[in-house]
Design a binder for this molecule. Structure first.
Ligand SMILES: Nc1nc2c(c(=O)[nH]1)N[C@H]1C(S)=C(S)[C@@H](COP(=O)(O)O)O[C@H]1N2
Ligand SMILES: [Mo]
Length: 377
């Protein structure tokens, strides 16, 4: 007798990994990882594009380094957790809609569509984020804008999904996975493996930003190397920088203007501070920077010190040719017009003759090759 092949139903999948007890726990972990990733990501976006009500403190100096490190590492942890979760729940794909009941049928279809959107958005965020950490942009769209927009879609999808599944999740989380029970020990083993892989993935990446993990992190190639002890994202050659022999730093404010040569800046009282470059891509590295505090220079020329300052570089093109220094950072004595790094004159790639370095600020805003400061009204 030949058996007719039959489309499976969810009940056919009896492995412990497919239990709702497992799916709910993975969902909880994934929710924590996505939550951390979302909050730190939105923060990073607001720091770079501040709405009127938003202020970001300049202390502790490593604050942005920590929030952006958390962003990258929670995203990394989410990748194995998402794969484990999809493995756990894929038998649900074989659930048949209750065909005869039109309202239940459309509810079923809507739930399916929302899960599809959720999974696609999650993959999009994790994959584009991962490529960004690897500093590879094999696509035609502008990464930050797309990554930010899809984050909101994902957040909405996650909240809707949690709301729909809440009763199942509650019951599952209230059911302990007992050691003495065979099914439970299979479920525990699957969860332990998922958590273990997530932990290894985090350790393999954490060296990009945690100095003492650098040696165990194969992915920390970025932060471990670089001239004068700090990596370079964009070289002077790539940015087409030629420093004119009569270079001057220009300072402009309402009712005034002043210029300083490099020798004049170097003759002013200098301050040295240990501050990190914390790139949005996740790598970060600290150095001892020496230079003139922005606030000292503004005071010296008689410009206001309680306003935001527009920073322009010698670069004529490029997304990072200019940046805005918020008033909080302008007033911080550790916000430096740096002339030296780790006791040496800045190399051309690090921003010679003068670069901005401010505490708790994304790397993209630490403008190199300065030309002009403009105190905004
Ligand atoms: N003018 C200018 N400044 C810039 C950039 C740039 O492209 N142009 N890149 C920024 C980025 S993305 C980072 S992470 C830091 C890197 O600084 P470093 O090369 O000194 O390590 O510089 C920032 N300053
Ligand atoms: Mo960066």
């Amino acid at each position: 007798m030949t058996r007719r092949p039959r489309i499976p139903v969810p009940e056919d999948f009896t492995a412990p990994s497919h239990s709702s007890l497992v799916a709910a726990r993975l969902g909880l972990w994934l929710g924590v990882a996505f939550g951390l990733c979302f909050v730190t990501g939105v923060l990073s976006h607001y720091i770079q594009h501040p709405p009127g009500w938003f202020t970001w403190p300049s202390r502790p100096v490593n604050l942005y380094r920590i929030t952006q490190g958390t962003h990258v590492l929670s995203g990394i942890a989410a990748i194995p957790l998402l794969l484990a979760k999809l493995w756990s729940v894929y038998p649900r794909l074989f659930a048949r809609p209750p065909v005869r009941h039109p309202i239940r049928l459309s509810a079923h279809a809507l739930e399916r569509i929302s899960v599809l959107v959720l999974v696609c958005a999650a993959f999009f965020e994790l994959v584009t984020g991962l490529f960004n950490v690897a500093q590879s942009y094999p696509w035609g769209f502008f990464f930050p804008a797309a990554h930010y927009a899809v984050a909101w879609l994902l957040a909405g999808g996650v909240l809707l999904h949690i709301a729909v599944k809440l009763p199942i999740v509650r019951a599952a989380l209230n059911t302990p996975l007992r050691r003495d029970d065979r099914d439970s020990s299979g479920r525990r083993a699957f969860l332990r493996t998922a958590a273990g892989v997530a932990g290894v993935a985090v350790l393999a990446t954490a060296g990009v930003t945690v100095p003492w993990l650098r040696r165990v992190s194969p992915l920390a190639w970025r932060s471990a190397t670089g001239p004068q002890g700090v990596p370079i994202n964009r070289t002077a050659a790539a940015a087409h920088i030629t420093v004119p022999p009569d270079w001057r730093l220009e300072i402009v404010w309402t009712g005034g203007r002043n210029v300083f040569s490099l020798a004049e800046l170097a003759a002013l009282p200098q301050r040295t501070a240990n501050l990190p470059i914390a790139c949005v891509e996740g790598w970060s590295a600290s150095a001892d920077w020496t230079g003139v505090p922005v606030v000292d220079l503004l005071r010296l020329v008689g410009a206001p010190t309680d306003r935001a300052v527009r920073i322009s570089s010698l670069e004529t093109h490029g997304l990072y040719a200019t940046s805005t220094l918020p008033a909080t950072h302008v007033g911080d004595l550790l916000t430096l017009l740096a002339l030296r790094i780790n006791g040496e004159e800045l190399s051309p790639d690090h921003g010679y003759p003068c670069r901005l370095i401010a505490p708790s600020r994304p790397g993209v805003l630490q403008t190199k090759w300065l030309a002009r400061l403009e105190v905004l009204r």
